[in-house]
Ligand binder design. Structure first.
Ligand code: PMP
Length: 418
């Protein structure tokens, strides 16, 4: 594998490469499987950090994309209206928004998740005339200045060299039993206006992905919404990783019954892993004039095609019910593994097909992931100390794939602990 990595070491900065944990060159992928240049097969429990909910090279999407290119379809059109864009907007309204009784203006903020977060922060500032935003411990919202300023990870923030302003970090609804984060936030806001400024918005992930698979309780989310209404603060839900079915429903906040003012989507909204992001804005807050937020790559026509195809999965409850069934299976197996290896001091985290095992001990989760890679499973860590083994299989994975992946994981745990 050293020979395989040579190109990267020569041409790319080895310190910057984020995927050093998978020292090979990948070549092909289908569904939940991925192969390297030696033909070695891996089960993919990473799925592009949530960008491949519908699997690699999904048959229907692949067919539609090839057909479009063959017929000289427009690849780049900047902001011009195109057939793929029109079809996507119509399908999104009809399949996603209307049945859920949600009223949003859809905007394309740029190609990636961080672009969606930036646009959300900008609109909150513009609408309220305020500049700070409440975010949460262990939150991850992106790497650009605005989204990084609401990212609760000091290591990542150090990448910007100097402290970032405009955010106030509050305790997230984590696994901490004796912490009343709601009372803390309310107290802070009641004091606002005298010394500290009232914030423009609260931004949150319902399940923190990069921050350690911390799932907020539905009741906590409802309380946060109530706080937003009471203090006239916008509620921004960053559904970049937890959205598009990852937790079992299209939007991760659906079971809480809340109605965010702004919703950020990216990753799997592009269906086939193509760059795409959406920002959903309540109509009364859609206050930008033409050109006030634009960009060259705001609408990728290939992404629209795959995205429209992906939405077909949401026409009935079948897909959602399948995710929930597989999520229960995953939870059961995780619990069994934790019980079988008490030395792990493991804790099951997450909901839907966004789950993890929090481990104790420095480096343990990373060792498990490295061992899993050798045995043919792609799985990564998350959490402030990389202490969580995170499972994000494509939603289309079958029971066999899930079971095989978890067997490799268990063998790897066994190997690391013995
Ligand atoms: N928000 C969340 C919740 C994310 O998980 C991510 C990416 N991991 C982002 C925003 C940023 O998305 P991108 O990397 O596409 O800019």
């Amino acid at each position: 594998s050293n020979a395989k990595m040579e190109t990267f070491e020569k041409l790319e900065s080895a310190v910057r490469s984020y995927s050093r944990g998978w020292p090979t060159v990948f070549e092909k992928a289908k569904g939940y499987k991925i192969w390297d240049i030696d033909g070695k097969e891996y089960i993919d429990f990473f799925a592009g950090a949530g960008a491949l909910n519908y699997g690699h090279n999904n048959d229907e999407m692949q067919e539609k994309l090839i057909e479009y290119i063959k017929n000289d379809g427009i690849l780049h059109s900047l902001d011009m209206g195109t057939t793929p864009r029109k079809k996507f907007l119509e399908a999104f309204q009809e399949i996603i928004l209307t049945p859920r009784n949600l009223d949003y203006k859809v905007m394309f903020p740029g190609p990636t998740g961080t672009n969606s977060v930036e646009s959300a922060l900008k609109i909150a500032r513009k609408v309220t005339g305020r500049d700070t935003v409440i975010s949460f411990t262990n939150a991850f919202h992106g790497m650009t200045i605005g989204s990084l300023s609401v990212t609760g990870n000091s290591f990542k923030r150090h990448g910007a060299g100097i402290p970032l302003h405009h955010s106030v970090s509050m305790p997230f609804d984590e696994y901490v039993e004796d912490q009343d984060s709601i009372a803390y936030i309310e107290r802070f806001l009641e004091d606002s206006g005298s010394g500290v400024a009232l914030p423009a918005a609260i931004i949150l992930e319902t399940v923190q992905g990069e921050g350690g698979i911390n799932a907020a309780r539905m009741e906590w989310l409802r309380k946060i919404e109530r706080i937003c209404r009471r203090f006239n603060i916008l509620l921004i839900v960053d559904d970049v990783q937890a959205g598009c079915g990852r937790t079992g429903t299209f939007f991760s906040f659906e079971p809480a019954g809340i109605n965010p003012d702004v919703v950020c989507l990216s990753k799997s909204i592009g269906g086939a892993g193509l760059p795409m992001a959406l920002t959903l804005i309540k109509p009364e807050y859609d206050q930008w004039g033409p050109g006030e937020h634009n960009g060259t790559f705001r609408g990728n026509n290939l992404a629209f095609i795959a995205a429209t195809e992906a939405l077909n999965n949401w026409k009935s409850d079948t897909f959602s019910n399948e995710i929930k069934r597989k999520a229960a299976l995953l939870k059961t197996r995780i619990t069994e593994i934790i019980q079988a290896y008490p030395e792990l001091k493991g804790e099951a985290r997450g909901r839907g097909l966004m789950q993890g095992i929090a481990t104790c001990g420095e480096g343990l989760a990373s060792e498990i992931c490295a061992e899993s890679f050798k045995r043919g499973l792609i799985v990564e860590t998350s959490g402030p100390k990389d202490e969580v083994v995170k499972f994000l299989p494509p939603l289309i994975i079958d029971e066999e794939g899930l079971k095989n992946g978890l067997s490799i994981l268990e063998e790897s745990i066994n190997h690391v602990l013995s």
